[in-house]
Design a binder for this molecule. Structure first.
Ligand code: SF4
Length: 688
């Protein structure tokens, strides 16, 4: 193995890396280092998907890394929970005390210890390697990491067979692109560049989104449907494909399962019915069906916005079925892409070592319901009360739904909480110990992507700042303190990078150029061969039928549909503010200055009915909580729907709240995912 390069503290040099953030683009980075300090982070022009360009957020990564508020030493709590009062302590003291506390709890029942992590880094090493080994060896409760994508993922798995789809680069050759549930300009920038290329070459771009986003404004057409009604629209498109015979009968016969049943289902959805449900003009639905049925090649860039409502998985099933009706898959520029992550041959057993469970089967806690679960007492059905929580790569006090409950849980004096972090987030305020973690510029990692098919390697560009340690190192140290002697706890971060793909990916190529393309066919399903049990695109899923679930894609109404409550007549979605990435970057002044202040986009008619002027401070509320922010009458909200842009840190917003004060812990139809965009509210002016 090559030795770890020791960053040259005196010279100016550049180091190749990978963006760690939860974004489909997974850009290749080049960090310029001067005198041991990162001075610039840019896109790697040699990586085709990055094209030398980063988004505005990660262009600030050097500022974030050297931020004056970085946590650089272990901290121990000195004030009440949530007060944010801490004192520096040594690593020795912190690790010793944490290990002793965890060992004490584990002696009674290790399932009372709960890890909590998500995609604060997407890196396989710092996100899902030594941490999992540690918790598996301990026998801690498992975590269902559901908070973003499981409903959509299940939808894909039960239709196409895996999280796979079109290769993103070939959208450039499409003649029609549906951008469905995505503000690509804000959250899939490099796809947008490809779509622009297609547009220049004559493609028609159609955006389907409840919000008139920056992307919707730049498309040829925008279907501004009600939240959570995407499946109804997809079924109506199928209806029109059938009645006008815009079908590829040969493809349907050879490569699909359940066509007759789906046909019967779709014929129940004339455009008039869907128009009623979706709140769209019937002519707009007909026109879209005509365009989709008669344009070749036609491509769908689906994103995760559609699946954050009760029927999210069914919506993805319905949309992902469309290309098989028209045979769009025959062309490399036809089909659908939600996620490519299933293409990556990650050796998770090697990284995570589930064998360390040694036959034990701990319970699994769903991260979406952490608010309720932290408040549950021990019971035969639940198991032990959660006594310790170890949070890393996540900021649940800000990002988990129903945050009033989440805060109540984190505030429990009898809960021992450890948080690995870069900054003192809303969650870190509730920690007993905060442990300083390295940023992407300070550690090794290796990545998959969910918006393209290249593996990326991240080399450390600078030394760890202060006393920061990588996540893997922190769990390695904790394992040593707990007396775990298995050799796997000695694996270095570089060794873990190599284990992630074994011999499936050329590690020398990763070392040489920073990225390595997977070998994926250009048109993966041109001749069928779907990775489903039947090998066909499964309109009808026997696996769902066996679970007593609807085996066909269907429309599942929202838990909290628009106009279904007199008290809370508005539907709210909470898409990301353009300059934040979930709750990351909110504490960067330069980006917060661009974003301005927490906003609720509201239609002028809804605002006028409530006496709300543009810019006014408003209270948004429902039975779960109340959130103060400013009204934006900017033309982006449709009547009856408000857009609460997220995710502000609670302590950096108004009144110590953010939009998740309003969202619920209700789950999706499949995948037990969150329903952030399925939320009823009322809005009223608030005296400032
Ligand atoms: S576009 Fe996405 S992957 Fe690229 S730098 Fe920005 S957050 Fe990272």
């Amino acid at each position: 193995m090559l030795p770890t390069p020791v960053p040259d503290a005196s010279a100016t040099h550049q180091v190749r890396g990978a963006c760690p953030h939860d974004c489909p683009d997974t850009c290749a980075l080049i960090t310029t280092v001067e005198n041991g300090r990162a001075v610039r982070v840019q896109g790697n022009p040699a990586h085709a998907q990055t094209g030398g360009v980063l988004c505005a957020k990660v262009s600030k990564y050097a500022e974030r890394t050297h931020h004056a508020e970085r946590i650089l030493t272990p901290l121990r709590r000195t004030g009440p929970k949530g007060s944010g009062q801490f004192t520096p302590v040594s690593w020795d003291e912190a690790l010793g005390d944490i290990a002793a506390r965890l060992a004490h709890i584990a002696a009674r029942d290790p399932q009372a210890i709960q890890p909590y992590s998500y995609a604060g880094t997407m890196g396989l090493v710092q996100g899902e390697s030594m941490d999992r080994r540690f918790f598996h060896r301990l026998g801690a409760s498992l975590l269902a990491r559901t908070i973003c994508a499981t409903a959509g993922g299940e939808g894909l798995v039960h239709t196409l067979g895996a999280k796979v789809g079109m290769k993103v680069e070939f959208f450039a050759e499409a003649q029609l692109i549906l951008i469905w549930g995505s503000n690509s300009i804000g959250s899939n920038l490099h796809f947008w560049r490809i779509a622009q290329q297609a547009k220049r070459d004559g493609a028609r771009l159609v955006c389907i989104d409840p919000r008139k986003s920056e992307t919707a404004e730049k498309c040829h057409e925008h279907l501004q449907l009600r939240p959570g009604t995407d499946a109804a629209l997809a079924l109506a498109l199928m209806h029109e494909l059938i009645v006008h015979d815009w079908l590829d009968h040969d493809y349907l016969a050879r490569h699909t399962l359940g066509w007759e049943q789906l046909r019967e289902r779709a014929l129940q959805w004339p455009p008039e019915r869907a128009a009623e449900v979706c709140g769209l003009p019937v002519e707009q639905i007909r026109r879209l069906a005509h365009d989709y049925g008669t344009t070749r090649p036609a491509a769908i860039r689906l994103n995760y916005g559609v699946q954050r409502a009760h029927g999210g998985a069914n919506a993805v099933r319905a949309i992902a079925s469309l290309p098989a009706l028209t045979g769009a898959w025959r062309h490399r520029a036809g089909g659908v892409l939600l996620s490519s992550s299933g293409s990556f041959p990650v050796d998770r057993a090697a990284l995570q070592r589930p064998d360390l469970l040694a036959g034990r089967s701990p319970r699994t806690i769903n991260m979406v319901t952490i608010g309720d679960d932290l408040l549950r007492d021990a019971s035969p059905s639940f198991g032990p009360k959660i006594e310790a929580l170890v949070v890393y790569n996540s900021n649940p006090v800000a990002v988990a739904p129903d945050s009033r409950q989440v805060v109540r849980g984190f505030a429990r004096e009898d809960l021992f909480t450890v948080v690995l972090e870069h900054f003192q987030t809303d969650t870190a305020d509730y920690a007993d110990y905060i442990l300083p973690a390295t940023t992407q510029l300070e550690h090794w990692d290796v990545h998959l992507a969910y918006g393209h098919t290249d593996v990326l390697l991240n080399r450390p560009a600078i030394a760890p700042q202060g006393q920061a340690r990588s996540n893997a190192q922190i769990f390695r140290d904790l394992a040593a303190r707990m007396g775990f002697t298995e050799p796997c706890f000695a694996d270095s971060d570089e060794a873990l990078c190599r284990q992630a793909y074994g011999d499936q990916v050329d590690f020398d190529l990763l070392l040489e150029q920073g990225f390595a393309p997977l070998s994926v066919p250009d048109a993966p399903f041109a001749d069928g061969g779907f990775p489903t049990p039947s090998g066909q695109c499964e309109f009808y899923s026997q696996r769902l039928a066996d679970q007593g679930l609807d085996p066909l894609p269907g429309y599942v109404p929202n838990h909290e549909g628009a106009g279904t409550s007199a008290d809370y007549p508005l539907a709210m979605i909470s898409p990301p503010a353009r300059n934040f990435l979930n709750s990351t970057f909110v504490n960067l002044q330069s980006l917060r200055d661009i974003e301005g202040r927490p906003l609720l986009e509201i239609h002028p008619e809804d605002a006028a009915a409530r006496g709300i002027a543009d810019g006014a401070l408003v209270r948004v509320f429902n039975d779960r909580g109340s959130y103060a922010c400013h009204a934006a009458l900017n033309g982006r909200a449709r009547p009856g729907v408000v857009n609460g842009l997220g995710v502000w840190w609670r302590k950096l917003g108004h009144n110590g709240t953010n939009v998740n004060e309003l969202t619920s812990q209700a789950l999706t139809d499949l995948g037990a995912g969150p329903t952030f965009y399925d939320c009823r509210v009322q809005v009223e002016p608030l005296a400032s």
